[in-house]
Design a protein around this ligand. Structure first.
Ligand code: AHR
Length: 499
């Protein structure tokens, strides 16, 4: 059996918003303390930011980083993180049952963003707080000067406003685990009033309303409909969060889960468009998939962590090869709807369910999932073209008609480059693939990158950081008439680059 695919310049889905390749740093575990920030580390700079971590982040070309949470934000007082560090309060963080030392706050994080060459996606607390604090933080961050909060920022050593353009109205407010969780009506109302005052302070910002915490929430998708009915006029995006795991050790089913993500995206678009129709609105609400990843390896270890310590190792999933394949499939799912999924955040960036790991005082290394994220972020910019795919299929426990081939193409017109991202989900067999490139007939193959490994469970560690890494010896060839032939190795992630 083999697969085939037609790619044409005219099969346009939409432009990739660079913010599709965002990530996330929460005050959680060793993401901040011991992750991006570790004063005294041999590679730390004058502010305590780890240079080795910054280099790995810059390599990913991350356009935007969500901060400071996550569940953490729903009990956070942003004022605790500003002003002289030696006067900052240590607080209980109820979300993760730790002590927050507040050594890093808004200004330090913005310094880190500048060093990492990225923007911030800032979240406000709508769990224990509301419009009042939200209008204050935006005045502090974005107003040039001449008011209480903006002058306070200047007195803290930050003359220029931070000009943070993207803001999340709370986090996972539908979840009973959330500090100050709410019903859809309660949340819809407070999100609406908060959005109004924030945009009155700075009309140039964009706002994200909380969607469901995951596809399986009992209130999905009524939650989205109700929240958007309350907030439609004042927000720009609705959020989606989804994590997957392979708890049953059923890899064929595990790799099929991006089909669930496809349906999730489809349903949220349908719901947003339903509200638009009901409102007789002109504006489309787009999607911010601002938490997505594989997350399950660390669940058992997290249950036995003693509460109330600072920066314990929480949510430290060690990713294996099959996780990288699903991350690749999830990236393809979002690219296929790049017309509506405008922002996304791989959750998270360092140590906490992350592509980058660090040892305290020691080295930093790349997890398996670093690679599909890197390739998509670096090569997946431009116009998404949806390929016409014929693929053999299989049935898994929770999904039927799962294509072995998952693929999408991105055309970068400025650089005159075409990149095909493709996963072969078959666990035992290589997949011969024929591609008809039609309007790209004159292109040649620059590189066929492959991420593959004999052992689906192989992972990278401090001792063996390069056990799973890509090579460029893929088999793709192109003939004079624009036919590409390639054999996609079993259980492989492929990036075929043409110019
Ligand atoms: O990313 C880890 C956690 O997952 C976030 O804090 C929360 O929003 C989600 O449940």
């Amino acid at each position: 059996t083999k697969a085939s695919m037609i790619i044409d310049k005219d099969f346009k889905v939409g432009e990739v918003d660079p913010r599709l390749y965002g990530s996330f740093i929460e005050h959680l575990g060793r993401a901040v303390y011991g992750g991006i920030y570790e004063p005294g580390h041999p590679q730390a700079d004058e502010q305590g930011f780890r240079g080795d971590v910054l280099e790995l982040v810059k390599g990913l070309n991350v356009p935007i980083v969500r901060y400071p949470g996550g569940n953490f934000v729903s009990g956070y007082n942003w004022e605790d993180g500003i002003g002289p560090v030696d006067q900052r309060k240590r607080r209980l963080d109820l979300a993760w049952r730790t002590i927050e030392p507040n050594l890093i706050g808004l200004n330090e994080f913005m310094d880190w963003c500048r060093k990492a060459n990225t923007d911030a996606m800032m979240a406000v607390n709508l769990g224990t707080r509301g419009p009042d604090e939200a209008r204050d933080i935006i005045e502090y961050s974005n107003i040039t000067g001449g008011t209480y909060w903006s002058d306070l920022r200047i007195s803290h050593g930050y003359r220029a406003p931070h000009n943070i353009k993207t803001w999340c109205l709370g986090n996972e407010m539908d979840g009973p685990w959330q500090t100050g969780s709410k019903t859809a009506v309660e949340y819809g109302r407070i999100a609406c009033e908060t959005a109004k005052v924030m945009k009155w302070v700075d009309p140039s910002i964009e706002l994200v309303a909380c969607g469901s915490s995951h596809l399986g929430m009992p209130t999905f998708p009524d939650w989205e409909a109700t929240v958007l009915e309350h907030t439609y006029d004042h927000v720009d995006y609705i959020s989606l969060h989804q994590y997957y795991g392979n708890r049953d050790q059923d890899s064929a089913n595990f790799l099929a889960q991006s089909l669930g993500m496809d349906r999730f995206i489809h349903t949220v678009i349908a719901t947003a468009d339903f509200v638009q129709a009901k409102k007789r609105g002109k504006k489309k609400i787009n999607l911010s998939f601002d938490e997505w990843n594989v997350w399950y390896h660390s669940n058992a270890a997290d249950r036995i962590i003693e509460p109330w310590s600072i920066a314990p190792p929480q949510l430290e999933d060690i990713y294996n090869h099959e996780d990288a394949l699903l991350v690749g499939c999830m990236l393809i799912s979002m690219l296929k709807r790049a017309d509506r999924v405008k922002m996304a955040c791989l959750a998270q960036l360092v140590n906490v369910i992350a592509p980058i790991m660090t040892a305290n005082g020691g080295a930093a290394w790349k997890q398996t999932i670093y690679y599909p994220y890197l390739h998509a972020s670096v090569f997946g910019r431009g116009t998404v073209l949806v390929p016409l795919i014929k693929s053999p299929k299989y049935d898994a426990k929770d999904y039927t008609d799962v294509p072995y081939l998952e693929a999408v193409a991105v055309h970068n017109e400025d650089a005159s480059e075409l990149t095909i991202f493709a996963v072969n989900r078959h666990l035992a067999e290589a997949l011969p693939l024929e591609m008809d490139l039609r309007s790209f007939g004159s292109f040649h193959i620059v590189e066929h990158i492959v991420l593959e490994h004999e052992d689906l469970k192989a992972s990278n560690t401090l001792e063996a950081p390069d056990r799973v890494k890509p090579h460029s010896a893929g088999s793709a060839t192109i003939s004079m008439n624009g036919q590409i032939e390639a054999v996609l190795g079993k259980a492989s992630w492929n990036v075929i680059r043409l110019k």
